[in-house]
Design a binder for this molecule. Structure first.
Ligand SMILES: [Fe+2]
Length: 582
């Protein structure tokens, strides 16, 4: 209960001689409120107190005690009861024993004095300075009535107290609820951001650049940290800043953002830079629209990619709640925002680093594959460009068959390396211009196994092994190396078999011209279902136009062979269904 005995600030104090007013006496036992129920309760209480104070048989006192019940002062208010009229406050207090048990607000106590035929009744109250007691001295004959009345006062006071407590609790609950709404909203934005990032990371691969990733991240990230403006800024090797992406309100221009970062420079270290009073700092004049600023570094363990720059706090769209709370912590960038922005910076920097590493690996792998293709062609110069064309034909066929781009890419790589095993075939056999002996043919037939052996330990090329190993199998089981039949032959092998045969039949060789397309087409049709998979032969003819386009683009001049024989007989790639696919 607040102090209302002496006008709220206890000045003048009841102990200094000024009489408390009737209103002040009422207020010992109640707290004003706007609640309708309480207005009724306090009105009833006021009425009772007024009745008591108007009674000629009642004397009222204000008694002050300390926290231990020690009487520290008091003041007689009025009273018409003659025998007590001359009594001084000190006498009254002495009669009461000089010590009163501290009474809680509204608590009632009764001090009987049979000889005087009066009763002294106390009702407790408390203000900021300690307990107060409203004392009533009245004839014994009316004591029961007064006790009853005071009990009602006490009840009213208790009701009021409960309502007051409930009101305060309600206010606290509402405030807690408001805080919770703001917190939940902020958490929701953060979770939305994290979920979008996790989903993105699950479906993304390193072929997606970090800026593409950043485009997806930036808006949920800005909401997650409640930034009015969020920019992604990179820094190049020379230390120049460049704004790559911005979302939100146009508070800082790109040029201003870059100049701000250049100015802050060394102040931004590995930890987030948070300035919630930027508008009071030394740079306020140069950047007048910036109130709050948060900058985190986008860095992996090896390099700094750039910075994330968050400017000013955005509203959550809960203006009423935010106004009620008027909580500064909700208006500032805090630890959680810095942590979230820092995590996003690390993700972007790590992704950029991974992309760069993957690019290096891909470049290395491409170099290795090209080196292998060059080695094949150096070994068997008759078939220059053959690997590239088989790769491209195989890719066309894969797409025509409705296979995915990734599968078509795999077929392309298989085509490039399908004859890599020829590196293991002796030069004498490989370069022999004349007809091969059975032994030499057996040696040639080992090149799919040789190719498999060469590539099997290269993790990145594992997927292309079926094409390399089985591109000489036949549907009727008369192929090599394993004599597989029909669908037992991996699809990659069946596709490359058609691509390989077509190039072998139609490409020029130093010792002979390529077969006319019509004848090669006829051979393919005749061999469909026995040598080649008829579905793939059909796909070949459906994609005939595209095949023709590839042939023209790769119509490479044929170098004359360094080693020449008699120029007769079967050679690698001769246009015969049984010898075209060596
Ligand atoms: Fe081959």
């Amino acid at each position: 209960m607040t102090n209302r005995v002496a006008g709220g600030d206890r000045s003048p104090s009841p102990c200094t001689g000024a009489l408390p007013s009737r209103t002040e006496l009422r207020d010992v036992t109640r707290t004003p409120t706007d609640k309708p129920q309480l207005r009724r309760a306090t009105a009833e209480q006021d009425s009772i107190v007024d009745s008591l104070m108007s009674s000629p048989f009642v004397t009222m006192w204000l008694i002050e005690t300390d926290d231990h019940g020690e009487i520290t002062g008091g003041h007689r208010w009025n009273g018409e009861l003659g025998e007590f009229e001359p009594m001084a406050v000190a006498d009254a207090l002495e009669n009461w024993g000089g010590r009163i048990r501290p009474l809680e607000n509204g608590e009632f106590d009764r001090l009987a004095d049979p000889e005087q035929k009066v009763e002294r009744l106390l009702i407790g109250g408390k203000d900021a300075h300690g307990p107060l007691h409203l004392g009533l001295i009245c004839p014994a004959c009316s004591a029961n009535l007064i006790v009853s009345l005071i009990r009602q006062v006490s009840v009213s006071s208790a009701i009021e107290r409960r309502f007051g407590t409930a009101e305060r609790q309600l206010d606290e609950l509402m405030r807690a609820n408001d805080s919770l709404v703001v917190q939940v909203t902020e958490d929701f934005e953060e979770l939305t951001f994290l979920r979008s990032i996790s989903e993105y990371l699950e479906c993304s691969d390193e072929s997606i650049g970090y800026l593409q990733m950043a485009e997806t991240m930036i808006e949920p990230l800005a909401r997650g940290v409640r930034a009015a403006q969020l920019s992604i800024v990179t820094i190049d090797a020379e230390g120049a800043y460049r704004v790559e992406l911005t979302c939100g309100c146009p508070i800082l221009s790109e040029a201003a953002t870059e100049s701000l970062l250049a100015t802050l420079g060394r102040e931004i270290g590995g930890r987030p830079y948070v300035q919630n009073h930027f508008d009071r700092g030394p740079l306020a004049a140069r950047y007048p629209n910036v109130e709050r600023l948060m900058v985190v570094k986008m860095a992996s363990t090896r390099r700094t990619l750039g910075y994330l720059v968050a400017v000013n706090r955005a509203s959550l769209g809960l203006e009423d709640i935010e106004a009620r709370l008027n909580d500064q912590s909700h208006q500032e960038f805090g630890t959680s925002e810095a942590a979230l922005l820092g995590s996003a910076g690390s993700i972007l920097a790590s992704h950029a680093h991974n992309v760069a590493l993957l690019k290096q690996k891909e470049d290395l792998l491409t170099s290795v594959i090209r080196a292998m293709v060059s080695a094949i062609e150096a070994k068997d110069q008759y078939t220059r460009g053959h690997s590239d064309r088989v790769a491209l034909f195989g890719q066309v066929l894969a797409k025509e068959l409705g296979l995915s781009d990734a599968y078509a890419e795999k077929i392309f790589l298989s085509g490039l390396l399908h004859d890599v095993g020829k590196i293991g075939v002796s030069d004498a056999t490989l370069r022999k211009p004349g007809k091969l002996t059975d032994e030499e043919y057996e040696e040639i037939k080992r090149h799919p196994d040789e190719g498999w052996a060469i590539l099997q330990d290269i993790e990145q090329l594992r997927d292309i092994l079926p094409g390399v190993l089985y591109h000489h199998e036949r549907i009727d089981g008369r192929g090599y190396p394993d004599g597989l039949r029909d669908q037992a032959i991996p699809l990659d092998g069946r596709i490359l078999a058609v691509a390989d045969a077509w190039d072998a039949m139609t490409s020029d060789r130093p010792y002979r011209r390529g077969m006319p397309p019509e004848k090669a087409e006829s051979i393919l049709r005749e061999g469909a279902g026995t040598q080649w998979d008829s579905r793939i032969v059909d796909a070949f003819f459906r994609a005939r136009g595209e095949i023709e386009r590839v042939m023209k683009e790769y119509d490479l001049p044929v170098k004359p062979p360094r080693v020449t024989g008699d120029g007769h007989g079967s050679r690698l790639g001769e246009p015969s269904p049984t010898s075209t696919q060596l």
